[in-house]
Write a protein that binds this ligand. Structure first.
Ligand code: HEC
Ligand code: HEC
Length: 289
């Protein structure tokens, strides 16, 4: 792995045959120096300052894109089928390190993804989250909203070389553990319910399960992904206070609760190579076995 220092502030790891997004949670390799201060925010490190947004048509598009990602349902009611917004999971407008930030992601597409078994452009990746995480409908690639979202994501990747991997991208993986949903239910009641509601219906925080939540085809419906997310980012006001085991237990509990279905999910991983924590059977794997 090769390190490049840019302007003394950005530490980038050149993506040497890295296909991090193919099997998220994509841990930052431990030999990548941390980009960010303790506390995990990428702000002040790689996040381009607002003053760099040009005062022109492109700048207006970048600002609209950021607005859509933070108020997705109000902006695009026909494309959102739950109570979430994009930044319900990609915190701080997609700039928080270790919580799937969008910084640097623009230059990592086109990209092969095993879930679709093909090469995706960034619009495809965005639409995956619309259809699954947001339980909604894909945006036409040539719509103004899609252009605005891509304009914002490209802005966030300003000056990051194409193909470069930024420390803090994805989420730190948590070693797989056997999870126990009854322990998870107890953790949920004591640690999560005050914000996400006793029945997962949401409150000051968005719903954790049920019709207002992400669907079964979402990355977050995978145990390892949910455990990594919860471990690094929840409880929101005290992130990092759960043990790995607690994160697995509560993630297993969340994903044992009902949530919307995703039709066509059995066609995922068409080459028969799903990760072990996918919550539904896929046809290509069944045909292989
Ligand atoms: C102090 C309030 C608070 C607590 C406690 C809390 N969360 Fe959250 N959580 C949030 C907020 C706020 C968001 C969305 C952030 C945003 O929209 O910017 C969120 C987002 C999430 C999400 C992604 C969006 C969704 O709703 O699906 C999950 C999953 C989640 N939290 C799980 C948990 C779990 C599990 C716990 C307990 C270990 C927990 N949270 C505790 C406030 C909280
Ligand atoms: C319920 C949580 C959740 C919500 C809401 C969500 N995402 Fe995601 N997003 C994820 C997860 C988890 C991943 C990576 C894991 C995976 O692909 O399985 C991801 C990955 C991405 C990536 C690729 C990031 C990378 O590092 O390669 C992009 C781009 C993205 N999301 C955009 C969006 C957009 C745009 C929205 C709103 C339309 C959105 N997401 C809403 C959970 C969410």
């Amino acid at each position: 792995m090769t390190f490049v220092r840019l302007a003394g502030r950005l530490t980038l790891l050149l993506a040497v045959a890295c296909d991090r997004a193919a099997d998220v949670p994509g841990a930052s390799p431990s030999d990548v120096p941390a980009l960010t201060a303790a506390g995990g925010s990428a702000r002040g490190a790689l996040t381009p300052h607002d003053s760099l947004i040009p005062v022109d048509f492109l700048g207006a598009s970048i600002r609209r894109g950021r607005g859509i990602l933070a108020a997705t349902r109000d902006s695009l009611p026909e494309h959102v089928g739950n109570q979430l917004r994009c930044t319900s999971c990609h915190f701080d407008n997609g700039t928080r390190a270790d919580v799937m930030p969008w910084i640097g992601v623009y230059g990592q597409f086109p990209q092969y993804r095993a879930r679709s078994g093909g090469v995706q452009i960034i619009e495809d990746r965005i639409n995956d989250c619309f259809e699954r995480s947001m339980n909604g409908k894909a945006l036409p690639s040539d719509s103004r909203a899609m252009r605005d979202i891509v304009a914002y994501m490209a802005f966030l990747s300003r000056e990051i070389p194409v193909g470069a991997k930024v420390a803090g991208q994805g989420m730190p993986a948590v070693k797989p553990l056997n999870a126990d949903t009854s322990r998870g239910a107890a953790i949920y009641a004591t640690t999560c319910a005050r914000c996400h509601g006793a029945n997962g219906q949401g409150g000051v925080a968005p719903p954790a399960w049920g019709s207002g939540s992400y669907n079964i085809g979402a990355g977050m419906a995978r145990l390892r992904t949910a455990a990594a997310f919860v471990r690094v980012s929840m409880p929101y006001d005290k992130p990092g206070t759960l043990t790995d085991q607690q994160a697995y237990d509560v993630a297993a509990y969340l994903n044992s609760r009902p949530r919307p279905d995703f039709s066509g999910k059995e066609k995922d991983w068409p080459n028969g190579d799903p990760p072990p924590d996918v919550a539904y059977p896929t046809s290509a794997l069944a045909a292989k076995q």
